[in-house]
Design a protein around this ligand. Structure first.
Ligand code: HEC
Length: 133
């Protein structure tokens, strides 16, 4: 009985750890043609402003108001995310990573997804932890 509980505890801890960290596995799935896509709104101030609002309405609940991550949801200020191409991010937003808890955003107009990406590009590497600003 006791050893069974141990096995259960170990299984639960391992699965919790697996979910706790973004694996960036999705990056390997992006087709080459998608990687090279160009954001038509890149760097446009109106697009960044619109993207900020969209981010707060759709993404902040999981990734935090400052995009620095929340609970087990990853920060979007990491090197991996900042190094991802606009096209890679566009692919992730369209496709999601549903089994890992990242919804697909194909329901949003493509223009709005590009605006969110334009906003994400303005995020620096770090921010104060959630709630300490
Ligand atoms: C319901 C919660 C939830 C919402 C809402 C959500 N995400 Fe995510 N997101 C996740 C989770 C969980 C992951 C980690 C997936 C994984 O482990 O690969 C993730 C991963 C990501 C990643 C990849 C991070 C990395 O390090 O690989 C990006 C980029 C991202 N989300 C952007 C967004 C954007 C932009 C929005 C709003 C349009 C959004 N997310 C909304 C839960 C969410």
């Amino acid at each position: 009985m006791k050893s069974k509980n141990w096995i259960l505890a170990i299984l639960l801890t391992t699965s919790a750890l697996c979910f706790a960290k973004a694996t960036n596995q999705w990056l390997k799935k992006v087709p080459q043609a998608d990687r090279n896509r160009v954001n038509p709104y890149a760097g446009k101030p109106e697009a960044v402003a619109a993207g900020a609002i969209l981010f707060h309405n759709n993404c902040a609940q999981c990734h935090g108001n400052d995009a620095a991550g929340k609970f087990s949801r990853p920060s979007l200020r990491t090197e991996e995310v900042r190094n991802a191409t606009d096209g890679e991010l566009a692919w992730l937003l369209k496709s999601g990573d549903v089994y890992r808890g990242m919804p697909r955003w194909s329901g949003l107009p493509e223009q709005e997804r590009w605006q969110i990406i334009a906003y994400m590009r303005t995020l620096g590497p770090s921010s104060f932890p959630e709630g300490q600003k």
